[in-house]
Design a protein around this ligand. Structure first.
Ligand SMILES: Nc1ncnc2c1ncn2[C@@H]1O[C@H](COP(=O)(O)OP(=O)(O)OP(=O)(O)O)[C@@H](O)[C@H]1O
Length: 310
């Protein structure tokens, strides 16, 4: 694997408050790497330190295949969390302006702009003023602006926020295609289902510290413990007393039992008390969303910081 970006031991404080503690990860060519975490975890601060919008107190941001200490802006695309385009400018003009900033040839930029406008269902909008676009349309134009110059590394801060499901699908498809064609992608997102289906690796951050870093499949195998849904009239205390149950959530007659990571399913099912009221039962693994909630609420996983083959 070829690293395009490496972030090493970033530390950042605002006044007396340290908001990044020893943050290290890399982004590889052709992969989608997600940085996840609850509000205020430090995702945008990490990204802003990478982009040179602010500087870390300690640590390094290394753009590989690039000499010098400045950011190779012509090789990097960035969609900031703050949305917005210059007012009173036509869509094509703003896209060409972005290309010019990155020293990208304008004839190729125009061709790419038209191709992407079509892909994003904005065909024919090139001469429309950006003020006349809806919020989602503006976001699509801003996204096109971030990739107009064929960046090697694309950094997307919450790319899916504010998009309807159809637009989300278009973004997902394009992000995947860019990665398949070799672009290294770092994205931050709260939408766990999207991250779960698209990302190769993830970095989960909480209160400025790494909680989980690894391949999605390894993270799931390691942290996505089993949960068992039982429909029937049962006391929470009875369910909590079943071996290897870490916690129980109950809503009426529906109980969800979360199991220890060590639980082996056939044995566990065999040992369920015979007098339980079981009208229905199903077993599933917890989703990335639930792993995230566990972390955000400081439950089990949070104490078990991990790095998985990163
Ligand atoms: N310019 C700043 N001055 C002071 N504190 C800041 C500044 N920027 C961020 N912070 C603080 O740093 C912490 C991390 O913020 P950051 O915006 O990186 O979080 P985030 O993970 O991106 O959150 P969200 O999901 O809400 O966007 C927060 O406690 C925030 O209040």
């Amino acid at each position: 694997m070829e690293s395009v970006l490496t972030v090493q031991n970033l530390q950042k404080s605002f006044k007396d408050t340290q908001v990044l503690h020893d943050i290290s990860f890399s982004v590889q060519k052709g992969e989608i790497m997600a940085i996840l975490g609850p509000n205020g975890a430090g995702k945008s601060t990490t990204i802003r330190n990478i982009m040179g919008i602010m500087y870390p107190d300690e640590g390094e941001v290394i753009f590989h295949n690039h000499e010098g200490t400045t950011i190779p802006r012509h090789k990097v695309g960035y969609l900031p969390e703050e949305r917005g385009l210059y007012k009173g400018v036509k869509v094509m003009d703003i896209l060409l302006y972005f290309a010019e900033l990155k020293d990208y040839p304008l004839d190729s930029a125009k061709e790419r702009a038209l191709t992407y406008l079509k892909k994003f269902d904005l065909e024919g909008k090139e001469n429309v003023s950006v003020d006349e676009l809806s919020k989602g349309m503006g976001q699509k134009v801003q996204f096109i602006g971030s990739i107009i110059h064929e960046p090697e590394l694309l950094i997307l801060d919450e790319p899916f926020s504010g998009l309807d499901p159809l637009s989300q699908d278009v973004f997902k498809r394009e992000i995947r295609e860019l990665a398949e064609n070799g672009t290294a992608i770092l994205l931050s997102s709260h939408q766990m289902n999207l991250v779960e289906e698209m990302c190769d690796r993830l970095f989960l951050i909480n209160k400025g510290r790494r909680v989980i870093y690894g391949y999605m499949k390894d993270v799931k195998a390691e942290y996505a413990n089993f949960k068992c849904m039982i429909y029937g009239e049962n006391d929470v205390q009875t369910l909590e007393a079943i071996p290897e149950v870490t916690r129980v959530e109950q809503d009426g007659d529906t109980s969800v039992l979360y199991l220890e990571p060590s639980a082996t399913l056939p044995d566990w099912l065999n040992n369920i008390p015979k007098d339980l009221d079981v009208q229905e039962i199903s077993v599933d693994r917890i989703s990335l969303h639930e792993i995230f909630v566990d972390v955000a609420l400081g439950r089990s996983i949070a104490e078990k910081e991990g790095v998985l083959d990163a």
